[in-house]
Design a protein around this ligand. Structure first.
Ligand SMILES: [Zn+2]
Ligand SMILES: [Zn+2]
Length: 414
């Protein structure tokens, strides 16, 4: 399935100059005043579709649609992990007179943030986030016949898009296309009965400056972790502001042309299965190794890519590094080229049971046992692993892994 990022018209928070952001942009440098700011997520992002100029004299109402983009992973008993990319919108109020989805119109149009929009009235959503997730889940599960062990959305973006509408004569009109939306409305229909949204939260930009030393922070436009080159700290953007991230790296062994890929190294407590030590991993994954007594003392960690990448490569990398359990880490940010962190640790934490399904030997557990397993993440750090870059590929020679470079650079659309 084709995926896309839509564009958002917006103004520099410092000087008010117009700018166009991509949906995934977080770090924004103004082309006029050169000030760099960071866009903080405060709940879901809310956008509006632009009303056509010819509809501007009408009294506008904004109808909410949930918009979901992400990969849905399913642990199917006795089978490989299934994954599917989804990009869908769904009406968030209960009405028979509005289209159930926005279709593809939002791809071609430039949106604006809903915050700060003074014209028109926003309808409050009636379908909750969990309800819309269930609708998406059911739509997927209709195509699968077996009961599933676990399903997760990983690395998803959930936002709300408002469609401007107006009422004229006995019809509702789509103010974007300026065309009628519905067949004639019944006499009982009253647009005023939809509850208004009391307040659209403001968009928050913060200065991209190191909280420790005041130096400019650097990162890719879609990074969720920002680097201070001056005091060599890494900062993670949370809804409360910037927090320092614990960082380690595996020392380089590949020589020149190194790129460090970021991973979340997660310690978790499991119930329903023993997975505390390296010895437990070796037996659950049925690795061809003779368990040494010291392995019972060696703690087990989940390893998960800290960047967005296509599902096949996501599974490949989590499996390869979780099985190899990289050791001898240095507690510092490595010097050299760092690939941006674009997948939050909260998303990585949701991937742990899928990660387990990805390496466990299916013959080792029954389906009901698999269903009873729960994994509770406890601590994490960001850990960089050196890869060797060639013109077309990113290679980890010792694990015999190679990834097409394009799959990494194009992944910001996911
Ligand atoms: Zn500016
Ligand atoms: Zn600093």
């Amino acid at each position: 399935m084709k995926n896309f990022n839509f564009h958002i018209r917006h103004q520099c928070p410092q000087c008010g100059a117009p700018a166009v952001l991509e949906e995934t942009d977080r770090l924004f440098t103004c082309g006029y005043c050169r000030v760099t700011s960071y866009l903080l997520q405060n709940g879901v992002f809310r956008y509006i579709l632009p009303a056509a100029a010819t509809a501007e004299t009408e009294a506008l109402f904004y109808a909410p649609y949930w918009r979901f983009k992400g990969v849905f992973y399913s642990w199917v008993p006795g089978d490989e992990i299934q994954h599917r990319f989804m990009d869908i919108s769904h009406l968030a109020i209960k009405s028979d007179h509005l289209p159930i989805s926005l279709g593809f119109r939002s791809q071609a149009l430039k949106l604006t943030f809903a915050a700060g929009q003074s014209r028109g009235r926003f309808f409050k959503h009636q379908v909750t986030k969990n309800q819309v997730m269930d609708i998406i889940r059911n739509r997927f599960n209709d195509t699968v016949n077996t009961p599933l062990i676990q399903q997760e959305f990983i690395g998803e973006t959930l936002s709300m898009i408002y469609l401007p509408i107006y009422s004229k004569g006995n019809r509702l009109f789509d103010a974007v296309l300026n065309t009628p939306l519905s067949s004639p409305l019944p006499a009982s229909f009253d647009i005023e009965t939809f509850q208004p949204e009391p307040r659209i939260p403001d968009i928050r930009f913060i200065a991209a400056l190191c909280p420790a030393c005041g130096w400019d922070l650097t990162g890719a436009r879609d990074s969720i972790a920002l680097h201070c080159n001056h005091c060599n700290r890494m900062w993670q953007a949370t809804h409360k502001g910037l927090r320092q991230l614990p960082v380690s790296h595996v020392p380089e062994e590949t020589g020149s042309n190194t790129i460090y890929l970021p991973f979340w190294k997660i310690k978790a407590r499991t119930s329903g299965i023993d997975l505390k030590s390296y010895a437990d991993l070796v037996s659950l994954a049925n690795l061809p190794k003779v368990i040494q007594s010291s392995w019972h003392e060696k703690p087990f960690y989940f390893w998960c890519p800290a960047f967005k990448i296509r599902p096949g490569q996501f599974l490949l990398l989590s499996r390869a590094f979780t099985l190899s359990q990289p050791g001898a880490l240095v507690s510092a940010i490595p010097e050299g080229s760092l690939h941006p962190v674009t997948l939050p640790v909260s998303e990585a934490a949701e991937s742990l049971k899928i990660s387990l399904a990805n390496f466990i030997k299916p013959s080792i557990i029954t389906q009901s046992k698999a269903q009873s397993i729960a994994i509770h993440p406890e601590t994490y750090r960001l850990a960089y692993i050196p890869f060797h870059q060639t013109h077309l590929e990113i290679i980890h020679p010792r694990l015999n892994l190679s990834i097409n470079k394009q799959l990494i650079t194009l992944a910001h659309n996911l």
